[in-house]
Write a protein that binds this ligand. Structure first.
Ligand code: IVH
Length: 684
């Protein structure tokens, strides 16, 4: 039957593009093309309901609400692992010693091989695939019996509904894949911004939010959360050859279409584990998701089986946690900060406390409502958290320690109130009915808003102007040297050198950085404008969809809503931004002063010289920094990745290039130098 074959082909195409988009982050078709295929499948399934299969991508939107979750007995129990209590690197040695003793290895036996992974802070899940198709998703529950959350899990785009490479090997197989459902930090912040906007309470942390979304009886609510998934293990497996090591198993699962986190590392011996622990602890806050430690697993499955379990925990694995990210402090005062969008944020000035690897003296209290709900007052003892967002926050106050008046026993300090006037510019502070945040109404005539706009414009992920930090921006604004981002491109050495703590040399450097920033990408440019609700991802989506700034500036709300993930609030904010003549003028002025990007023609056919080319950078280049080289490549439509594979087109190598160069030689990847990069950029 023709319709049947067509539906199958459409499903296969959607599964492939879904995997490319959500797992590999390497889409090969535009959103509009994806939507066209999707819509064709929806029409086909509407006309022929019998074609609607469980693994159809149309089934990801959620279905009818349940009254209760069914129970699922786990064929292979979902165990937890022992936690190493020593949060110094010595924890790794203790684990290695236990394993060596349990294997009865002599002291001089060679070091053992482990796989070190991240410990994701989310919700454990077991995904059961029969004949290659996802049939059941279950929570851990008590380890023996969990809850059937299949409908909810189907809405998570990173989870394949059908396994890749559906060849005969899956014909009679059962594969239970285990892993963690979590929420990325950016998705979590976006959610809380939306909550603020709706005047609703903020979510506390990504883990609880992800867990709450999975425990929703109404899967259409789960579908609205952006959840992600990483796999780290297996449950019941029948009819599929499990690879011999944990590392190979994860590689195999990645090939089947599952997201596997890339920091995992084979470590030989305890020192290598400790080094992994320290290295991950260092960059923990830079990861796009939260972790609460690392996990070590003996790599060989044969040795794992030899060791087995003790009191329901595997002897061959351990969770090595990081020190806590919460601590107690005392609020000394509550100040007001004015952000780049005029948002008035109360900030607690704290008695210094060491938490999450740094000394914290300030913490955000988010907004008036949030502060009122938490009722944080001067003098209060509070729980401070420094994690995910890096900006420390006050989790809650402990009212039992609140200082009271000795005379009448009432609290010494009143509840905090939002000021009526902006402390920076004196303009009225207003709060729209629909918003949780009060804002200064001064616009860019408020120095605080202008400073924020400039710092955002210059930030690394926006125009990336190195050296334009807050001290300099503060002076530029105070001296009225700069009234909009466009004015940065009209500065001369003498203007800058006249600033405090600026000499001729540093002024020239800053001017060079400003000059270099002119070559950018459309996505960075859009992001740099600081349009409310337009973060980096939305900026990329907008750039891809519109191809140029003029089309975006003129786009009406309904055209904007066509863009992936742009809802009515974001669309309205973009329209409102460009409806302000002075914002359009700034864009024009930026262009007139030389800011430029490669124009993408259509949605993928691109004129940019490096479109579709993947680069890996290694070593020190003669004149460009890595960031600069990366920006040039991306501006020309290319992509920069971190490891060399057969898919890499060029390895850009400088002095002291290391193993990446060797790898390039092995795989026959073309190696170029900086001069050759410039030639490529010029389309030669
Ligand atoms: S392995 C038999 N690996 O941490 C071993 N667990 O108690 C099963 N977790 O609830 C767990 N990241 O949900 C493993 N890379 C990782 C993990 C991980 C997070 C969670 C897991 C479990 C808890 C460990």
């Amino acid at each position: 039957m023709q319709a049947h074959a067509r539906a199958q082909a459409l499903r296969a195409a959607l599964a492939e593009h879904n995997h490319r988009y959500y797992v590999l982050d390497e889409p090969s078709i535009s959103d509009a093309q994806y939507d066209a295929i999707f819509n064709e499948l929806v029409e086909l399934e509407t006309a022929h309901p019998d074609l609607r299969t469980l693994d159809s991508p149309t089934q990801r939107v959620g279905g009818a609400a349940l009254c209760v979750f069914a129970s699922v007995a786990h064929q292979v129990p979902m165990l937890s692992i022992r936690t190493e209590t020593d949060t110094t690197a010595a924890g790794a040695t203790a684990f290695d010693e236990r394993v060596r003793n349990a294997l009865a290895l002599p002291a001089d036996a060679p070091a053992l091989e482990y796989l070190a992974e991240l410990k994701f802070d989310g919700l454990a899940i077991s995904l059961r695939y029969e004949k290659g198709v996802l049939v059941r998703a279950a929570t851990r529950g008590d380890g023996q019996t969990g809850e059937d959350v299949t409908q909810n899990v189907r809405t998570i785009r990173q989870i394949p509904l059908k396994l890749n490479a559906l060849d005969p090997q899956f014909s009679d197989s059962i594969i239970e894949v285990r892993g963690e459902i979590y929420m990325r930090r950016d998705d979590f912040s976006a959610l809380n911004e939306a909550q603020d906007l709706a005047g609703e309470e903020r979510y506390v942390n990504p883990r609880n939010t992800a867990a709450g979304a999975i425990r929703q009886l109404d899967s259409s609510l789960t579908a609205k959360r952006r959840l992600s998934f990483f796999t780290y293990g297996l449950g019941e497996v029948v009819g599929w050859q499990i690879p011999a090591t944990q590392a190979q198993m994860l590689d195999a699962l990645s090939k089947l279409g599952f997201p596997v986190e890339s920091s995992r590392s084979v470590c030989i011996g305890a020192n290598a584990l400790a080094a992994f622990y320290n290295a991950v602890a260092q960059r923990r806050n830079l990861l796009p998701f939260e972790i609460d430690g690392v996990v070590y697993k003996l790599n060989s499955r044969a040795l794992q089986n030899e060791l087995g379990f003790v009191s329901r925990e595997p002897r061959w694995a351990v969770a090595h946690k990081f020190p806590p990210e919460e601590a107690l402090s005392i609020v000394e005062t509550i100040d007001v900060q004015v952000g780049r969008t005029g948002a008035i944020t109360p900030v607690a000035r704290l008695r210094p406390v060491f938490v999450g690897g740094a000394t914290v003296t300030n913490a955000t209290l988010h907004n008036e409502d949030e502060l009122a709900r938490k009722d944080v007052r001067v003098g209060d003892t509070v729980i401070i958290r420094r994690a995910g967002d890096v900006i420390p926050e006050v989790v809650r106050s402990l009212p039992e320690f609140r200082p009271l008046s000795e005379t009448d026993g009432t609290p010494l300090h009143q509840a905090w109130r939002v000021p009526a006037q902006c402390p920076e510019c004196g303009a009225a502070v207003l709060r729209a009915e629909t918003e949780a945040v009060a804002r200064c109404s001064g616009g860019v005539s408020c120095p605080a808003q202008l400073r924020g706009a400039l710092l955002h414009f210059a930030s690394r992920r926006a125009m990336d102007i190195e050296g334009l930090g807050d001290k300099i921006v503060e002076q530029m604004v105070a001296n009225k040297m700069v009234r909009s981002p466009a004015d940065l491109y009209a500065l001369g050495v003498s203007n800058i050198a006249a600033l405090d703590r600026m000499a001729e040399k540093s002024a020239t450097n800053l001017l060079d950085a400003i000059e270099k920033s002119k070559d950018t990408t459309l996505a960075r440019f859009i992001f740099s404008l600081g349009i409310r609700h337009v973060g980096e991802t939305t900026a990329k989506d907008l750039a891809k969809h519109f191809g140029d700034i003029d089309a975006l500036m003129d786009a009406p709300g309904d055209a904007l809503s066509q863009v992936h993930d742009v809802g009515p609030v974001v669309a309205a904010s973009i329209v409102a931004f460009f409806a302000q003549p002075n914002n359009k003028e700034v864009v024009e002025l930026l262009r007139a002063r030389g800011v430029r990007w490669f124009v993408q023609v259509g949605m993928q056919g691109a004129t940019a010289p490096l479109t579709g080319k993947t680069f890996v950078l290694t070593g020190t280049l003669p004149s460009l920094s890595r960031d600069e080289a990366q920006r040039l490549i991306e501006a020309a439509g290319g992509k920069v990745t971190t490891s060399v594979s057969k898919k890499t087109h060029f390895v850009l190598a400088g002095d002291e290039a290391g193993s990446k160069l060797t790898k390039a030689a092995e795989l026959g990847v073309t190696v170029i130098d900086e001069a050759a990069l410039h030639a490529l950029l010029e389309g030669k």
